[in-house]
Design a protein around this ligand. Structure first.
Ligand SMILES: [Zn+2]
Length: 433
């Protein structure tokens, strides 16, 4: 792909970014003041309108993607029936292609206690913007919108088409969902109409994230038989069966998983190995009855070289062996969420444009990293079949989901410049006469 950006165009874009940073901060602060907390998913229509109005003011064609009550119930089962609204802005260029789609999720996780600043205040202190979602990832949405503005205000016209979306329910995952999953299901993002997708999650300004690990969230129940606590031999103790199973997994499977390292560096590095963690346990009703049921919820994380099928089989093998060897061992296995690992090639125009923009602004080559958790990239790559989809955005991953979450304004500005240069190169620009 030719480098069509002239040095003076690059410089004009960088200068334009410098002069619009206050406007980008103001846009971000407005978003931070809308408490779009998920779960359950409140203030989504308000947040979508706020973004949509800004996009319309900047000249985008704006559409809102909403759900019927039935779709809402199916796609957002934990959403308490609250309305789900996504926003999509489109800025057509003189050529119908290429199309670059920038995406961010509008939902934020609950705030917790002990904030030193109002979590929905958007305060600026010592060069950082504070608030839930500043890093994860309303900062990314502000950056994606103002990166495109930097190109336009440099007096350049993009030749291809830009799309910007703000979606719901990234934080609550789902095999399907009411946000990015829905946009893909409705064909609004598809391999026929979309060339490049950039999801602006925070993985640090010098990293290009090419994928994420996989996950299985499931429940295992052991099934026993009640008896009086004074005659336990008459019953089958589901809790003790579960204890034995947990012991085998933590003692034998978990150490094997820790040996499985991700082939590509995960940010943070502490998430580099495969893992399985039991995070909820329920069993028994009263002290003098042998429990007939015990249930655990587990969180299995897969490195990119693992498959969902193998990860499941590994657990099923342990369970089935126990059925064969332990009298009265019975179980049920259920999954609530499963996402295969995702990884895309670095040898694409999208990645190379971002790499050269990072080199230009920061003076170094990017890190190619893997996200520890799953994110909306899975819908784009696995369901829409779009290979050219990366995660790049401002903010440190360590800021996500913490008390006093914040975003460095310097990082916001750098990411705007990098996204602007990459976009200008990918879509091509023409100087206004
Ligand atoms: Zn996020």
């Amino acid at each position: 792909m030719p480098d069509i950006l002239r040095p003076e165009d690059k410089q004009a874009i960088i200068s334009a970014a410098d002069s619009l940073i206050e406007e980008a901060i103001d846009f971000l602060q407005g978003m931070l003041r809308i408490p779009s907390i998920n779960p359950p998913g409140v203030a989504y229509p308000e947040c979508a309108s706020y973004i949509g109005e800004r996009l319309a003011a900047l000249g985008y064609q704006v559409e809102y993607i909403t759900l019927s009550a039935a779709e809402n119930a199916e796609l957002a089962p934990y959403g308490e029936g609250l309305p789900r609204t996504n926003v999509l802005g489109r800025l057509p260029g003189p050529q119908s292609s290429p199309v670059i789609h920038f995406n961010g999720h509008m939902d934020v996780v609950p705030v917790g206690m002990d904030w030193s600043t109002p979590p929905f205040g958007g305060e600026v202190r010592a060069g950082r913007v504070y608030g839930r979602g500043a890093a994860d990832m309303k900062g990314g949405i502000a950056a994606q919108v103002y990166a495109v503005e930097a190109i336009r205000r440099a007096g350049l016209q993009l030749q291809g088409t830009v799309e910007q979306s703000g979606v719901v329910d990234e934080e609550s995952t789902g095999n399907r969902n009411a946000g990015m999953g829905l946009l893909v299901e409705r064909g609004l993002i598809s391999s026929e109409r979309t060339d490049y997708v950039v999801i602006t999650e925070p993985l640090n300004i010098d990293n290009i994230c090419l994928g994420h690990r996989g996950a299985i969230w499931g429940e295992i129940q052991t099934i026993g038989r009640q008896s009086h606590g004074s005659t336990p031999a008459q019953g089958v103790n589901a809790l003790e069966h579960m204890a034995g199973f947990i012991d085998e997994v933590t003692g034998q499977l978990a150490p094997r998983l820790r040996q499985r390292q991700n082939h590509y560096p995960v940010v943070p590095a502490t998430a580099n190995a495969a893992s399985l963690s039991f995070n909820v346990i329920q069993g028994g009703t009263n002290v003098n009855s042998v429990p007939d049921s015990c249930c655990v919820a587990f969180d299995r994380r897969l490195v990119t070289s693992e498959s969902l099928a193998d990860a499941r089989q590994e657990l099923w093998d342990i369970l089935e062996r126990r059925v064969q060897t332990i009298p009265d061992f019975r179980y049920e296995y259920k999954e609530r969420y499963a996402a295969a690992p995702t990884w895309v090639s670095a040898e694409t125009p999208l990645v190379q444009s971002f790499a050269s923009a990072i080199q230009h602004i920061l003076g170094r080559a990017p890190g190619y990293v893997c996200s520890p958790g799953t994110d909306d990239q899975r819908f784009v790559v696995q369901n829409a079949g779009i290979e050219q989809c990366i995660i790049y955005g401002p903010g440190e991953i360590t800021q996500a989901h913490i008390v006093d979450e914040s975003l460095a304004i310097a990082d916001l500005l750098v990411s705007i410049k990098i996204m602007a240069l990459a976009t200008a190169e990918l879509l091509g620009v023409q100087r206004h006469a």
